[in-house]
Design a protein around this ligand. Structure first.
Ligand SMILES: Cc1cc2nc3c(=O)[nH]c(=O)nc-3n(C[C@H](O)[C@H](O)[C@H](O)COP(=O)(O)O)c2cc1C
Length: 294
């Protein structure tokens, strides 16, 4: 709803707790969809989900290239987060001492991977949905470029490869028909040692920027980060955890609050650079000593 109000695209994930259809009702024409690999039945489930996203009105499809498996996430281990979600004594204590969480839990129950419901046997319990997801990610492997080409045939709108860091991969994405690439390291959630996307961005822009829309994702926390991304040639930037921090801090209004913060900071950063129009951000003179040359 915050995305729709602010006219900012919102990208729903495959493993979101609401279905793409439910999210489309809230975000309407601001909805994009990002797909994890669903190789079952020769990708029939994946194609079906993508068609559902299209029918629901999603405007763009991002194929997540950088999650061949679910890696160990030490902070999640430390917090006792397991799939399917299980209430530990600590979780129960947390929920009981946060009345808003308690109300949300009583209203919605435990989070579950709702998009997978049609693909598991009825009743679609959180256990079955988590098992379906775990099967995909435990050794399912990464999307191949041939598979991306098959999605190109199914998806009629803009197609974007997400999780690109190397200019040669960006070239491959364009070769199989992608309209854009997202330079991303998945917010550092997959592999600790990956390069910072901001360091790879200039090389990707140089390689495919004239033929494809290059977008930046991961580590974008402030409006200044957005302006820096645009100055380096990204056409737009994504933020993930910034919105979660807003939601965690002030609840349902958090997403709108973070959008307003971004807007204010973007405006300030542009003015500091003597620029009045966001389209001119590319003209900002740039010095980026950390960038990679491939
Ligand atoms: C809770 C959470 C769930 C996510 N789910 C997905 C997903 O389903 N598909 C996907 O491609 N990326 C997913 N991501 C990664 C984000 O799309 C994005 O790449 C990342 O959060 C960007 O980094 P940032 O958090 O530093 O902004 C998720 C991230 C978070 C924090």
């Amino acid at each position: 709803m915050a995305a729709k109000k602010a006219r900012v695209p919102y990208t729903a994930g495959t493993v979101a707790s609401s279905t793409v259809e439910e999210l489309a009702e809230l975000a309407e024409d601001m909805l994009w969809f990002q797909l994890y690999r669903m190789p079952q039945r020769d990708h029939a489930d994946g194609f079906d989900l993508v068609r559902r996203a299209q029918t629901a009105g999603a405007q763009a499809l991002m194929i997540t290239m950088d999650v061949p498996l679910r890696t160990k996430r030490p902070r999640e281990v430390h917090q006792g987060l397991v799939l399917p979600f299980r209430m530990s004594p600590r979780t129960v204590a947390d929920v009981l001492t946060h009345p808003a969480w308690l109300v949300a839990y009583l209203e919605h129950g435990l989070p579950r991977f709702s998009n997978y419901k049609p693909y598991v046997e009825n009743p679609a319990t959180p256990q079955k949905l988590a098992a379906y997801s775990n099967k995909d990610h435990a050794g399912g492997g990464a999307f191949s470029w041939e598979e991306v080409a098959r999605y190109r045939d199914v998806w009629k709108g803009p197609l974007i490869a997400k999780g690109i860091q190397h200019p040669q991969d960006a070239e491959k994405a364009v070769a199989v028909g992608c309209d854009g690439v997202v330079v991303s390291n998945h917010g550092g959630r997959q592999v600790e040692g990956l390069a910072a996307p901001a360091d790879c961005l200039p090389a990707v822009v140089a390689a495919v920027g004239s033929r494809a829309t290059v977008l930046l994702d991961s580590g974008v926390r402030t409006g200044l980060d957005v302006v820096r991304g645009l100055a380096m040639g990204a056409k737009a930037c994504f933020a993930g955890k910034a919105f979660l921090y807003g939601l965690g801090a002030i609840g349902g209004d958090g997403a709108g609050y973070v959008i307003d913060l971004f807007k204010e900071e973007i405006r300030d950063a542009l003015r500091q650079c003597g620029i009045n129009n966001i389209a001119d951000a590319r003209k900002i003179e740039l010095r980026h000593p950390g960038r990679w040359t491939f």
